[in-house]
Design a protein around this ligand. Structure first.
Ligand code: AMP
Length: 272
């Protein structure tokens, strides 16, 4: 991979990079297409990084389908697949990055060590692929936020492009983990996106943050279909939970919930 990148650099070809964990879907495809539009060469990596999984079962059950992944990559303008073997994990080194507590809220609170693992693998991949631009989905809003901090500190030469969340017709945000949902759970999981949409319209009606959270909890998470882990409305600039909307900053409603044993996350900007 390093030798290939060196050739591209010599030939003054721009490199767009889409890091993934595989089991690719239309969400990944949208990032790949964007990269193919904006760069000479698009590189996709597939590596399921064990160090960012706090739950060993989630790691073991993470879906894989290399044949389909390659088809999707070819169809969406990706020229290079970088899919290192499992022992790539031994190359990971600890990166020092002061996240000022942003890695301890939302996902960070419930998935200790997740963002450390993510920062370390993304840094390693950036060092190898040396992209001009890298593409990340807003679906993983907090990840995108932290990657932007990482790039500002350690990789100022890389441009980060944020792509909107791609959803199924039902509203469910596309995710590789959706493959583990039963038909019934898949239907139940659509409540997450419905809750986010309702938060957006309630915010437009100038309802308070606490009233919105209460209504969402009551309407969508008040039974056994989904087990809510967190539901927060945060300031998009700081990720800190908001108590009111009195300041004109962008806010984002963020949810994590379990459908059976499958943990799903989603978010939506609610006043932009
Ligand atoms: P993953 O393979 O889940 O680690 O995701 C790889 C990249 O694809 C990350 O930047 C994700 O945010 C992005 N991504 C995953 N699902 C979606 C989606 N539904 N819409 C847009 N981007 C997504």
């Amino acid at each position: 991979m390093e030798a290939l990148v060196a050739q591209y650099k010599l030939a003054h070809k721009s490199v767009g990079f889409v890091p993934t964990m595989g089991y690719l879907h239309e969400g990944h495809a949208s990032l790949l297409r964007q990269s193919a539009l904006e760069n000479d060469v698009t590189v996709c990596s597939i590596f399921v990084n064990p160090t960012q999984f706090n739950n060993p079962e989630d790691f073991l059950l993470y879906p894989k389908d290399e044949v389909n992944d390659v088809l999707l990559l070819k169809k969406n303008g990706c020229l290079v697949l970088f899919a290192p073997e499992d022992d790539f994990v031994n190359e990971i080194v600890e990166v020092s990055l002061d996240l000022k507590g942003v890695d301890k809220v939302l996902e960070g609170e419930f998935r200790p060590g997740h963002f450390r693992g993510m920062v370390n693998i993304v840094s390693l991949l950036f060092q190898i692929v040396r992209p001009n631009k890298a593409y990340f989905g807003q679906k993983d809003f907090q990840q995108l936020f932290i990657v932007q901090k990482l790039v500002a500190q350690n990789f100022p030469e890389i441009g980060i492009v944020a792509s909107p969340t791609i959803r199924e017709e039902s509203g469910l945000a596309m995710s590789s983990r959706n493959a583990r949902l039963s038909a019934v759970q898949r239907e139940q999981a659509t409540k997450i996106a419905k809750a986010l949409h309702l938060a957006k319209s309630l915010a437009k009606e100038k309802r308070s943050v606490s009233a919105i959270k209460e209504e969402l909890r009551f309407k969508f998470f008040n039974n056994d279909d989904l087990r809510l882990e967190y539901l927060e409305i945060v300031d998009a600039q700081t990720l800190l939970p908001l108590t009111d909307f009195s300041f004109p900053s962008r806010s984002v409603v963020c949810v994590a919930a379990y459908a059976g044993k499958v943990r799903l996350i989603d978010n939506m900007s609610i006043n932009s």
